[in-house]
Design a binder for this molecule. Sequence first.
Ligand code: GLY
Length: 334
Amino acid sequence: MTTRRKFITETAVATAAAITALHPGTKIFGKGLHNLKNEIEPRSGSNGPVVISTWDFGIRANAVAWKILSGNGRPLDAVEKGVMVIEADPTITSVGYGGLPDRDGYVTLDACIMDELGNAGSVAFLQHIMHPVSVARLVMEKTPHVMIVGSGALEFALANGFKKMNLLTKASKEAWLKWLKESKYKPIIDRNNHDTIGMLAMDKSGNLSGSCTTSGIAFKYHGRVADSAIIGAGLFVDNEVGAATSTGLGEAVIKTAGSHLVVEEMRNGRSPEEACKAAVKRIIDKNKNYRDFQVGYIAINTKGEVGAYAISKGFQYALYKDDKNILVDSKSFI
Ligand code: GLY
């Protein structure tokens, strides 16, 4: 007789085998098996592929992601490879290599990633590795965990073939030394000091993935972690509803579980823009000093509709859809 436990085990093994066949290299640890339906039954009317990412540098990241999606690649590959372009660019001082250091001169990175099955991986307070988003993906695919931080994350990365390197460029070191002279050792909290890249991608079948990666607020406390490493804050993906990611002051986003809130607002029937606006409004309602900092959200729903909203004017996002990659000014509260 087939016991319930045996039936569940056999079903899970068969399901994992099916996913692995679809995506060779993906290791399944029992996460997200409930969503397999989406994996094997493409959704009609998704209007994919679509890629959306934060800020003007998102244009370059989108181009890489789009190439993957238009070659029938997986959205997870698109959001990883897309943001890697920005992680590797030393002229972008808010992400990856060349990121401005913390107040003690260390470049520490935060990143996370989610796939269409609801699987998630994250690293925080990671030093010496150029591509934290890829380490986050490996945490998701190779471990039974979601988040690995600090020296543990570095050890994990090195054990998986990542190369240790110096992420502090000459320009970022000079900026830090200048800040040390003038700052009284206080991190800068203002409207400009945080340009995280977050990316959301949908394939032709309507499957969603997202990623988010940052070096965080310049001259932050040593050990400070951004929203960009926290699933539900800097990023959330629910293949049945939509996905959202954030940029801006991570503390405000974490305290309102921002990206999760955006997705829940879409679940309750709001458009992506309305959902982003509701999450921004929540921050405004909870922070009297909201004029002193920036937060921006971008979102996508299962129809491939996108939207954004920010506290203050100036937030832009890059949208690749219908073979066009364009920069869009987000609406804002101020
Ligand atoms: N969103 C990036 C940060 O808070 O540093």
